[in-house]
Design a protein around this ligand. Structure first.
Ligand SMILES: Cc1cc2nc3c(=O)[nH]c(=O)nc-3n(C[C@H](O)[C@H](O)[C@H](O)COP(=O)(O)OP(=O)(O)OC[C@H]3O[C@@H](n4cnc5c(N)ncnc54)[C@H](O)[C@@H]3O)c2cc1C
Length: 467
């Protein structure tokens, strides 16, 4: 790949696809770059949709990184909206395209290099009635605009959110912000599957302050009588609601490439090398459809999140256009706002480490976000997960302030392969309005280091009184 590339086709105009297209254009100004996007928008902040629903972000257009014209007119990228790619023919180096009705963009489209950036698709559990008009997923701006119009119509008093993962919790907050009474229904006995139980309990308590939470309960059926109200059968009991939001997880939108033999993980995320090449010649994959190298696990893993989508898109576009780039890997860092709470995680939870067959321990500390005497100090829950030899495997934080960005210290420590004793010795910042003199991350690391026999955990014991 490289010098002979005349046309790059990108499937998907999300974070990964538009990053790929923009990077390719920078590397090869003469390259024909075509982006096929099934929806009516490209390059928007999907992560902002819950805040648009709740009115924190007033207009859908506010979520656009750039208007479509910016790509066409200023960056020379042939961005085709409402354009669905239905098949890839690697032997012919062609994709099959269905453009907008009446437009001249349907049929085969040849490529020299192809980037699949088709993202992830929402899982719709096999519950009767989930295909009705008042049932929504939170995965595209087109659908979010329809949901927001319904919310603005003043006809929505109650809503059921199916799923208590991070998208479900953000959707619940958005709907509550729009004045809707929300019931969160989750089949598992706990919320937020990507943190361990002690942190999930903190999240659950916050969620219960703002919504009705039904854990270990299934949505059995949704009946649409044709009127304004729906009947939802939850845990065998019929209840009235005005709409249902399905947030039951996502799966990689990888079918187009798997159909032509691309290698993938059992969860159907596509295997790629460090340059984002798939096993299909001249075809790259980036963003939520791809598995990425997990630096803690030492193998590919599927963790679909925004920062990696942007970065892997950039790498794929650069390499596809003949430039040089590589993606080092992920550690699974994520943060979410759940009403008044910041919840963050990186690396492996204890449950994930054990599922991966790693010997792991966890320590928990409840510290404070500010000096004890400084007004407004809030409890900050910290959990560190480490190997018996002290190597950090992961961290989780939850609190009303100070969790979201402290996680980045732990993410950095994971990238550097640090032990809990190394972290305990870090020179982190201090001033009363921002942290106790021993930052909560340090306090947790000191406790963890104390449980590791071969490290000098004792040397990190607090020696001075808090200032
Ligand atoms: C509600 C919500 C909140 C989120 N919040 C966060 C957050 O706070 N932090 C974070 O890190 N991540 C967050 N994420 C995840 C993040 O948005 C994704 O990781 C990121 O958008 C992935 O980018 P992508 O380009 O791979 O996929 P997408 O953004 O999904 O883009 C894929 C595009 O491909 C198009 N497409 C698919 N198939 C075809 C086809 N056959 N032909 C043409 N076009 C096609 C789709 O229409 C879509 O526009 C959130 C996701 C959601 C849904």
């Amino acid at each position: 790949m490289g010098a002979g590339v005349a046309r790059l086709v990108v499937i998907g105009g999300g974070a990964a696809g538009m990053s790929a297209a923009s990077a390719a254009r920078r590397v090869a100004p003469g390259l024909d770059v075509v982006v096929c996007e099934a929806g009516g928008f490209a390059a928007y902040g999907m992560c902002g949709i819950p805040y648009y629903l709740g009115g924190v972000v007033p207009e859908a257009e506010d979520l656009l990184a750039y208007p479509p014209g910016e790509f066409r007119d200023k960056r020379g990228i042939d961005l085709r909206l409402h354009t669905w790619v239905s098949a890839i023919d690697p032997a012919a180096h062609q994709v099959r395209v269905a453009g907008p009705a009446g437009a001249d963009g349907s049929g085969p489209l040849g490529y020299d290099a192809l980037v699949l950036a088709s993202g992830a698709a929402p899982v719709r559990p096999p519950v009767p009635g989930l295909d009705g008009p008042r049932v929504f997923t939170i995965r595209s701006l087109d659908e979010a605009i329809g949901l927001r119009q319904l919310l603005d119509s003043g006809t929505v008093r109650r809503a059921i959110v199916l799923g208590a993962g991070y998208v479900g919790l953000e959707a619940a907050e958005g709907l509550a912000g729009a004045g809707v009474e929300v019931e969160v229904v989750e089949a598992l006995p706990r919320v937020l599957g990507n943190v361990d139980d002690p942190i999930a309990a903190v999240v659950q308590a916050e969620l219960e302050r703002h919504t009705r939470v039904r854990l270990g309960t299934r949505l059995d059926e949704v009946r649409d009588g044709g009127g304004r109200e729906l009947t939802a059968v939850v845990g065998g009991v019929a209840t009235s609601t005005d709409l249902v939001v399905v947030a039951a997880g996502v799966r990689p939108a990888s079918d187009l490439l798997i159909q032509v033999g691309a290698e993938h993980l059992p969860d159907r995320s596509l295997l790629v090398d460090a340059q984002q090449r798939t096993s299909v010649p001249d075809v790259f994959a980036a963003g939520d459809c791809a598995a990425l190298h997990h630096l803690v696990l030492g193998r590919p893993a599927w963790i679909p999140l925004g920062p990696a989508a942007n970065k892997t898109g950039r790498v794929a576009g650069t390499v596809a256009a003949g430039g040089a780039a590589s993606f080092r890997g992920i550690v699974g860092t994520a943060v979410v706002k759940v009403f008044g709470l910041e919840v963050a995680r990186t690396g492996l939870t204890l449950a994930e480490a054990e599922a991966a067959g790693l010997a792991a321990r966890a320590v928990d500390v409840v510290s404070r976000s500010r000096a004890k005497y400084y007004p407004g100090a809030q409890p900050l829950h910290v959990r560190l997960v480490h190997a018996p030899d002290g190597r950090l495997l992961g961290g989780q934080l939850a609190g009303r302030e100070g969790a979201a960005k402290r996680i980045d210290v732990l993410a950095t420590a994971l990238h550097a392969g640090m032990t809990v004793a190394d972290i305990a010795g870090l020179d982190l910042s201090y001033a009363p309005p921002f942290a106790p003199v021993y930052d909560p991350v340090l306090a947790a690391a000191i406790k963890a280091a104390g449980s590791v026999p071969s490290t000098a955990g004792g040397t990190h014991e607090p020696a001075a009184a808090p200032r």
